[in-house]
Design a protein around this ligand. Sequence first.
Ligand code: PLP
Ligand code: ZN
Length: 406
Amino acid sequence: MRFKNLQCRECQRKYPAEAIYVCEYCFGPLEVIYDYENIDISRESISKGPLSLWRYKPLLPVHTDSPVTIGEGLTPLVRAGNLEKELGIKELYIKNDSVNPTFSFKDRVVTVAVSRARELGFDTVACASTGNLACSVAAYGKKAGLKTVVFIPADLEKGKVIGAGIYQPHLVGVKGDYDQVNRLCGELAGTFNWGFVNVNLRPYYAEGSKTLGFEVAEQLGFRAPRQVVVPMASGSLLTKIYKGLKEFEELGIIDEAGTRFFGAQAAGADPIAEAVRKDEDIIRPVKVKTIAKSLAIGNPADGYYAWNVIKKSGGYAASVSDNEIVEGIKLLASTEGIFTETAGGVTVGSLKKLIEAGKIDPDLSVVIYITGNGLKTQEAVEKSVSKIEEIDPSLESFKETCPWAG
Ligand SMILES: *Cc1c(COP(=O)(O)O)cnc(C)c1O
Ligand SMILES: [Zn+2]
């Protein structure tokens, strides 16, 4: 068995690998632990694996040989030459995770959580979502043939409501913000015997994010990036990219990682970035207000752990205003041809700020994680797109609107 236990991240008590997520003694979060001695994985075995994130299966908490998959992962890592020039840095890559099956990185965590839910015998999967998770759980729940219940804040972007609703889940809009949706789902998880992917299945779900560390290392020719910029909501993604690189290092798949972690948040939802700037290890919950709804978590479950990775790796964190988010989206689209959602605007805006502040070393490689697709948050940039030039269907009419043509 590659894994058989969960372990408390605080007091190290062990638990069986069931649908549980908090330590009964100290209320610390539980995490999957592996028997690394029994794990058979190498550069060769990975390279021969399936063309999805299931090529890293020995390091994922699922036993079945038929996971619930729609072809998630193995997204492009693109060298960003134009943005390098624009920002004055030497080696920049974009991990474009906006092209997953439901157009966000959440497919990575959900393929793992829903596969595990089925393996544990649940007939219903559910989630508390800031938007992208709703789309992903709806799609994978249906693909798995399970009953699917999705909870979202009632005021979400249209692209996310449609992007989840089209799969025909039971879709519930809660009148409140994400932190209230999440609290309600915690209560429901204690009432119904359902697999809530980010509540009672959270230890398994979170492991899916490690694949964003594995994959980038593989795509760089089995080496770790020197610096990464990662958007943070609950802080789980950043923490797990770190865990993934560490595992690769310990298994001898890459040399010592030494990656510096930079966190990106929206100014109206930045409790982790604030703690980094103040150099305090207490994450103070905030009331959220930002156009980056997918990152709008005021009380982040993994905030302290993300803070810790940023600190001990020698990184830093930035937060950006709504205006800077829109500018970030425009900059990425107009230099690299990648249309990202508001969370990606947060990441690009934060990259710019961190370079300007001298926190990111312009001479060392940087990977930024673009985690969601721009077509889902169109209202954020409606006023920023090229104006349509209406013409008559004639050469003269076209020449009038485009004087430089010819
Ligand atoms: C969920 C999400 C994240 C990060 O979430 P964490 O809770 O920090 O793991 C980043 N980007 C997008 C687009 C997301 O939907
Ligand atoms: Zn404990």
